[in-house]
Design a protein around this ligand. Structure first.
Ligand code: NAP
Length: 262
């Protein structure tokens, strides 16, 4: 299936590694020009080189900086002539017990995982509506649907974003202009973040990382973690011409782990 988005411009936030990188790979393969961001310049440039090899016909622009800051967002937005596709992503907040979280911890989580995507949507949505095409995908978490007790900062901040987007995506002046906004909710995906979490759990429980991973994955019906390429492919489909009637949805990719019927 051709996705019909070649020549478009995408801003893929937090994309030197992991899920953001998976999305950038899939979009570049479909002929989309991309601006990719991350704080660390070295990994970002390595990913850009990989993307250029995947499709030498597209433009790949790198912007190193913290997307949760006003300066980081301004630099990312200025790097493309316009943004047709916005993939919102950033690092997730740390786990912990809410008794130990200060107001500053909450502000940081809300800034990164709720207000940053809202600021970026605000910056691009009117242009998308004027041009009659826009695709926004917010990478959130399966924790939006089935909260994870130790990830309270993530549960809270991402639920705030999800609630806000549910209203915005359904505004007729947005939805009728072929501008869609959807959430993509990862369950366990094999990324550096997930490997770091497995290592932490292993240390906490005095087990090996392999044993911890095997125990964790035995709870998943697919008995494995997702990979970034399958995540990217779903993201690219949501950004395609074919997905113009899908908006305001939260698509869970978790190998069936969340036990709900819907
Ligand atoms: P990852 O493998 O650690 O990759 C994170 C990427 O984001 C890196 O490129 C990192 O580069 C960049 N980044 C982080 N903070 C940034 C910031 N403030 N500004 C710009 N770039 C930033 O993580 P991941 O697993 O892909 O996770 C992506 C998101 O999905 C996170 O919010 C995570 O909580 C969520 N999630 C992941 C899973 C999973 O199983 N992997 C499950 C549920 C939710 P730099 O460090 O160089 O900036």
């Amino acid at each position: 299936m051709k996705l019909g988005i070649d020549g478009k411009w995408a801003l893929v936030c937090a994309a030197s590694k992991g899920l953001g990188k998976g999305c950038a790979k899939a979009l570049v393969t479909e002929g989309v020009n991309v601006v990719i961001t991350a704080r660390g310049a070295e990994a970002l440039e390595a990913t850009a080189a990989e993307l250029r090899t995947l499709n030498p016909a597209v433009k790949v622009v790198t912007v190193s900086g913290d997307i949760t800051t006003a300066e980081g967002r301004a630099a990312a937005l200025a790097a493309a002539p316009h943004i047709d596709i916005l993939i919102n992503n950033a690092g997730g907040p740390p786990p912990g017990d809410f008794r130990n979280w200060s107001r500053d911890d909450w502000i940081k989580a809300v800034d990164a995982n709720m207000l940053t995507p809202i600021e970026l949507m605000k910056a691009v949505i009117d242009g998308m509506c004027e041009r009659g095409f826009g695709r926004i995908v917010n990478i959130t978490s399966g924790a939006v649907k089935a909260p994870i007790d130790t990830l309270g900062l993530s549960n809270g901040a991402r639920s705030g974003l999800t609630g806000f987007v549910a209203g915005l995506a359904r505004q007729p002046k947005v939805a009728s202009r072929n501008v869609t906004i959807n959430g993509l909710l990862p369950g366990p995906f094999d990324t550096d973040r997930m490997q770091g979490m497995l290592a932490n759990w292993a240390k906490r429980d005095g087990k090996s990382v392999a044993e911890t991973a095997s125990e964790r994955l035995s709870k998943n019906p697919a008995q494995r973690m997702g990979n970034i390429d399958e995540f990217g492919a779903t993201c690219a489909f949501l950004c395609s011409q074919h997905a113009s009637f899908i908006t305001g949805q939260n698509i869970l990719m978790d190998g069936g782990e969340c036990p709900g019927t819907f």
